[in-house]
Write a protein that binds this ligand. Structure first.
Ligand code: GDP
Length: 443
């Protein structure tokens, strides 16, 4: 995930401050010098860094810090607030037309992820009960129309295409018309990418803009390209009034500079962040949550939202009841693993937990997807009765399960032990939860 280097460096700076009872002006200056270097190294625009440091310093050298018993916390809080401001302050929602359909135009360089985003955004809108229409306006890249049709098919959204012989302006116009006729409340227009800012193609997208008067012009930029992404955003914004930016490829090892500079340089809010190639790897961009993630303080809110979007509510309630009453079986365990899988790759989920950055940087820590697969295989090799009552799993059953799952006896023993520990922990938790918990329900 992006920002790992920045997070580590900032945590080191604050770690040093935390070790002190009192913080002098020199300490603050020294810390700010290091924050400045960390930001520059993360590829944040130098002017943005300069302004940022000036603002933080101004607030930090005030009374607040010197009077505080926890000066480091005050500074972290100031940095957190300024980072949030830098990325736009509050979350900017997608525009909505007063009269449907809302027309959204995608712009950006080739390969930035426009077509993919068109599919992702359509899926997100569908999950909010909207009916988007996708319009295939990129007639130059040979596979773009097909790619959009495949994406539309995957999510069950209609795609409007007229092949590659009709002008994109006409395609966009007719697409919007079709949406009106067929009752689609959102129109997402994919457009041709540019290898670089190119006069002719820029004119074309301006013509599309004039023809359909979009409510939203989203610039899709590849966060991996760092400062270049910010330059691209700047020149697009000068030519085409953008209403929002979408950062893609934030899952890669980008240093994060683009996310931190683009709002300050262009004035255009970041509305979404794309974090992978899969169709559901798109998040609304919340500046406050991103700042918190950058500072290694996690992002529990996004994690909870992800869980709510992806988990079956009834199943979740049932699971919670079982945990409370410690009735948890291996079937539930498998079920739960599957639900968690749906949330996305584990290392991305871990990034949302507070302090996980430090754990992940520990050389002894690694997420072993193979280990998870082994665990699943073991649980699946159990009989129904064994899953329900693991107590009956004796030595010969353990040997059979190991052979059946292609693991070793030691692996099976370990999992059974972990499962027992987990149940004990659940009992302890439920013991703390009052009369509705274990006392009523435990067997
Ligand atoms: P377009 O030319 O702007 O339409 O770009 P595409 O949508 O075809 O995307 C270009 C490539 O980037 C494809 O291989 C996508 O799968 C990939 N891609 C798009 N968004 C992301 C993302 O958020 N993360 C990663 N890792 N890859 C992405």
């Amino acid at each position: 995930m992006a920002f790992e280097g920045l997070t580590t460096r900032l945590q080191n700076v604050f770690g040093k401050l935390k070790g002190r009872g009192k913080v002098s002006e020199d300490d603050v200056n020294e810390a700010m010098r290091e924050v400045r270097l960390a930001l520059l190294e993360a590829d944040v625009n130098f002017k943005v860094v300069k302004d940022f440091i000036a603002k933080v310093k101004e607030r930090a050298t005030g009374q607040e810090v010197e009077k505080s018993f926890t000066p480091a916390m005050v500074i972290i809080d100031i940095v957190n607030k300024e980072l949030t401001e830098l990325m736009g302050g509050t979350q900017e929602k997608l525009a909505k037309a007063s009269k449907p359909p809302t027309v959204i135009l995608m712009a950006g360089l080739q390969g930035a992820g426009k077509t993919t985003l068109t599919g992702k955004l359509a899926k997100l809108l569908q999950s909010q009960n909207h009916k988007p229409l996708l319009v295939a306006g990129d007639i130059y890249r040979p596979a773009a129309i097909k790619q959009l049709e495949v994406l539309g098919g995957q999510i069950g959204a209609p795609v409007f295409a007229l092949g590659d012989k009709v002008s994109p302006v006409e395609i966009a116009r007719q697409g919007v018309q079709q949406a009106k006729e067929q009752g689609n409340d959102y129109v997402l227009i994919d457009t041709a990418g540019r290898l670089q800012i190119d006069e002719q193609l820029m004119q074309e997208i301006k013509d599309i803009h004039a023809a359909v008067k979009p409510d939203e012009v989203l610039l899709v930029v590849d966060a991996m390209t760092g400062q270049e992404a910010v330059n691209v955003a700047k020149s697009f914004h000068e030519q085409l009034a953008l209403t929002g930016v979408v950062l893609t490829k934030l899952d890669g090892d980008t240093r994060g500079g683009a996310a931190l500079s683009v709002k300050a340089v262009t004035g255009c809010p970041i509305k979404f962040a794309s974090t992978g190639e899969k169709i559901d790897q798109l998040e609304a961009f919340h500046p406050d949550r991103m700042a918190s993630r950058i500072l290694g303080m996690g992002d529990m809110l996004s994690l909870i939202e992800k869980a709510q979007e992806n988990m079956d509510q009834e199943k979740a309630a049932e699971m919670e009841r079982k945990m409370r009453t410690a009735e948890f079986t291996f079937d539930d365990f498998l079920e739960q693993m599957e639900q968690v899988r749906k949330l996305g790759p584990l290392d991305q989920l871990l990034d949302m937990l507070p302090g996980m950055n430090k754990v992940k940087n520990n050389p002894n820590f690694k997420i072993d997807e193979k280990q998870i697969a082994r665990t699943e295989a073991i649980a699946k090799s159990m009989t129904k009765a064994e899953k329900r009552k693991p107590d009956i799993i004796n030595y010969s059953r353990r040997k059979r399960i190991a052979a059946g799952s292609g693991t070793t006896l030691a692996d099976v023993n370990r999992l059974l032990r972990q499962f027992e520990d987990m149940k004990k922990m659940m009992k302890q938790f439920s013991g703390m939860m009052g009369p509705k918990g274990p006392k009523g329900g435990m067997k």
